[in-house]
Every structure is written in structure tokens, then in C-alpha cells.
Design a protein around this ligand. Structure first.
Ligand code: DSN
Length: 449
């Protein structure tokens, strides 16, 4: 049921114009931000449903407010679809993000001041894996593993640090790591010291769901993910568990699934977001469809093609390639910083974010690296041949960029306009899965759908 879109258009043209401009921007830019995917219009519609008006703390059948009958059905549906999609036996669909999910899981498994072991942020880890900038690095004693000399996870170091520090939790997962994660190896290390293994699959959830990356569901004690980075879902998080869901928690009495239920509500979140949970339910069904499997196959093939072409063009690709959707580029040998490359590319309609790389001597807002991802390009139907075009466009944009310091640069405006136009042309050949029009009303669909 469409609610409010026409009213919004009539009542608030200023806001509507901004939302419509966003649709046009998405249509005409090459989005290569590795932590993004496009939500199907039906997912956006579910996320904007009147179900959002329901306030109901607790879980289906055990709410603290009345009026949750439909919401109970929706949440149960989302849980069942999540379990089916990932082959899990337990799912909690309430986390507002994967950061919230990680905070809840850590609160359930690690006492205040207890030790966790995760990938270092500069080696591709995530803030919530114990970074000093996150509460996880302040409320727990965080120890970090890193990469070996070729840029792959140093499993020998993981094992050695685990023996030395005896963490309560070992986290396997990354925000900027282009290679396959060996969850079995992580689990063996966790077992060697009696730690729980958490797999954070936020970046690779689509690949895991479709078998393009090995699944941690039955290897990790708990798996967490965001629902928007690669699943084409709404902004939110998800907690899963497989055969370990009945394993006892640190108190030796309470099964993990029960601990996690409590850790999300009431320990770390209040009311859930009912319409977002409806949108998750819709996204899980779409991710289980054969078309999504084809898209994830393309995501992986495209990343390999992109890495290969960029390498041909003289870019240094970290680890020499990729196994997943992500390509990490060392940009300093092009005579510029990550932020200069990011801004110059954006002027040409190419979106890719600055990223710190191992041994980086630049601060997080500057960086020496660039992180690229192929999720949205594959969703547009682009294949390896178009990745070569994308690589050449990226190369062309940076070739006309002269760095004037860490954050300042100069671009020849005429040449930049030419690259921008070529980007528009490529985007027009591969429209987004939505075409920018609401089929019922023939209006841009930024607002209200
Ligand atoms: N974790 C951030 C990223 O990887 O881009 C945003 O979700």
C-alpha cells in the first residue's frame, strides 16, 4: 500500500526535491563504495510502511505494549526468512545496525574489562572489533592481529596472540579485506583457548548467503551482519547462530541464543524498528532468489576484472587481487592521498572511499589507500567488460588530477567534464535496478516509496 508519497510531494517540495535529486545522482554515478548495495523498491516500500507507527518492545508473543499483532507476524516472518537464507537455527532481526549487533554480542560474551581479539583497524578491521575509537576498545581489553608480508591475515599471529592473551572472544571479520576468510582456522584457534568465535560478515553477507564465500554459520558461535552493505536490504543489523545456538554462555547455564535475545533487548536496545524489520523480511526473500545468486557471481567476477585492469594500468593492488567484492588500491604511489583521489573521482561521478592501508602514515581522514567495491555495478548488470571501462575511467580521472598537498588538488575542468560525461553514458547503458520512476505514478521515487 502506497502511503503519503503524493502528500509529501504536495506538502514539502523542498524535501521532495532533495530526495528526487538523490535518485538522479544514484542513476548517473558509478557507485563503487564497497559497503553499499541498492535496495529493491519493494524493500524501500516495506521500510516506509505504516507498521513503523507501532511501538512494541520485546519479542513476538512477549511484547511490553499492545497492538503488535501484525508486527509479531512480520518479525516471525523475518526471523524464519533469515534462518532459511543463511542456513541458521537462530536469528535476531532487531539490531538497528551491525555495530549495535556487535555491541550486544560482546556485552553477552565478554565481561567489562575482559579480553577480545580482533583484526586491527589499519589492517582492515572494524571499529567495533576493539578499536580505541569505539567503546569496544574502551570497555574491553582489545588485542589485535594483523596481516602477513603479502597482506593476508596472519593466522600464525592470531594463534600466538590467542595463546598469550586468552581472549573470551575471537572476532573474524573485516571492513577492508579482499581475501577469503578461513573460518575453520579461526574456529580451531578459538577452541584452542576456549574462546567464543564471532564472525562479522557485514561486507560479504551476500556472497555467504549464495555460497560465493564459505559460510561461518556452523563454525562461529555467533555471526553478525549488516543488512544493507551487500544484501540489498534496509539499514539494519542481524544476528545469527547455527549449530552452536544451544551452546552455553559464559555463565555455564544460559544457551547462547537466549543470551543474545536478552543482550539485544532489553540490555542494549529499546523499541525495535518494525518497518525496517519488514524491509529485512523482503530483502531476505530477494536474496534467496536465483537472480541474486547470479548477481553475487557477477560481483566476484567483476572485482577480479577490475583488479586486473587497474593493475594493468599501473595501480598497486593490495594482496595482488581479490576473492570477494572488494579491491584495495595503494594510491600513494600515484602521488596523491586517498582523500584527494576520493574527491577527484567524485567530481567525475565515480564514488569510492579513502581507506587506510597497512603501514599507512596518513591519518584516517586522509589515508594512502582507496577501497573499491563491485556490488552496485553488478546490480546494474555490468560485467567484466564494463569493469575494464570503469577502471579506465578511474584512471582517466586520476591522470588529470594534480595533488597540491594531502587534501588539496587541481583538475583541468574541461578534461574532468569529459570523464564525467563518459561516466553518465556508461550509467545510462546500465540503469539501476529501478529506473527512477514509480511505475504507478511516473514520478521520481526518491520520496516516499
Ligand atoms: N563500516 C563502514 C564501511 O565499511 O564502509 C560503513 O558501514
Amino acid at each position: 500500500m502506497r502511503l503519503g508519497m503524493d502528500a509529501l510531494r504536495r506538502a514539502d517540495p523542498e524535501l521532495t526535491a532533495l530526495l528526487d535529486a538523490e535518485v538522479r545522482q544514484q542513476e548517473t554515478t558509478l557507485a563503487m563504495v564497497a559497503s553499499a548495495s541498492i535496495a529493491d523498491p519493494s524493500v524501500l516500500a516495506a521500510g516506509g510502511a505504516a507498521l513503523s507507527n507501532v511501538t512494541a518492545e520485546g519479542y513476538p508473543g512477549a511484547r511490553y505494549h499492545p497492538g503488535a499483532e501484525q508486527f509479531d507476524h512480520v518479525e516471525r516472518l523475518a526471523v524464519e526468512r533469515a534462518k532459511e537464507l543463511f542456513g541458521a537455527r537462530y536469528a535476531n532481526v532487531q539490531p538497528h545496525s551491525c555495530s549495535s549487533a556487535n555491541l550486544a554480542v560482546l556485552a553477552a560474551l565478554v565481561p567489562p574489562g575482559g579480553t577480545l581479539l580482533g583484526l586491527d583497524l589499519d589492517s582492515g578491521g572494524h571499529l567495533t572489533h576493539g578499536s580505541p575509537a569505539s567503546v569496544t576498545g574502551r570497555h574491553y581489553r582489545a588485542v589485535h592481529y594483523g596481516l602477513d608480508h603479502v597482506g593476508r591475515i596472519d593466522y600464525a599471529q592470531v594463534a600466538q596472540l590467542a595463546q598469550e592473551h586468552r581472549p573470551k572472544v575471537l572476532i573474524a571479520g573485516a571492513s577492508a579485506y579482499p581475501r577469503t576468510l578461513d573460518f575453520a582456522r579461526f574456529r580451531a584457534i578459538a577452541d584452542s583457548v576456549g574462546a567464543y568465535l564471532i564472525a562479522d560478515i557485514s561486507h560479504i553477507a551476500g556472497l555467504v548467503a549464495t555460497g560465493e564465500h564459505p559460510s561461518p554459520i556452523d563454525l562461529a558461535h555467533i555471526t553478525t551482519t549488516s543488512t544493507y552493505k551487500q544484501l540489498g536490504g534496509p539499514r539494519g543489523g542481524l544476528i545469527l547462530s547455527g549449530q552452536e545456538h544451544r551452546t552455553l554462555g559464559p555463565d555455564g547455564r544460559t544457551p547462547l541464543s537466549r543470551l543474545i535475545q536478552r543482550a539485544v533487548f532489553p540490555q542494549s536496545q529499546g523499541t525495535p524498528s518494525p518497518a525496517t524489520i519488514a524491509a529485512k523480511a523482503r530483502a531476505f526473500t530477494l536474496a534467496a532468489a536465483p537472480e541474486f545468486k547470479q548477481t553475487t557471481r557477477l560481483i566476484v567476477d567483476n572485482a577480479k576484472a577490475l583488479a586486473s585492469e587497474l593493475s594493468e594500468l599501473g595501480f598497486r593492488i593490495l594482496t595482488g587481487g581479490t576473492d570477494n567484492h572488494m579491491v584495495l588500491v595503494d594510491i600513494k604511489n600515484r602521488g596523491m592521498t586517498g582523500v584527494v583521489a576520493e574527491r577527484a573521482l567524485e567530481e567525475c561521478g565515480i564514488l569510492a572511499n579513502r581507506n587506510r592501508i597497512p603501514g599507512d602514515d596518513k591519518p584516517p581522514l586522509v589515508t594512502s589507500g582507496l577501497r573499491l567495491g563491485t556490488n552496485i555495478l553488478a546490480q546494474r548488470g555490468m560485467g567484466p567488460e564494463q569493469m575494464r571501462e570503469c577502471a579506465r575511467l578511474l584512471h582517466a580521472a586520476l591522470a588529470i588530477t594534480t595533488a597540491l598537498g594531502d587534501t588539496e588538488y587541481r583538475m583541468e575542468p574541461g578534461a574532468a567534464a569529459e570523464v564525467r560525461e563518459a561516466v553518465r553514458t556508461l550509467c545510462a547503458r546500465y540503469p539501476l535496478p529501478f529506473d527512477g520512476r514509480d511505475s504507478n505514478h511516473d514520478v521520481p521515487m526518491g520520496a516516499g516509496l
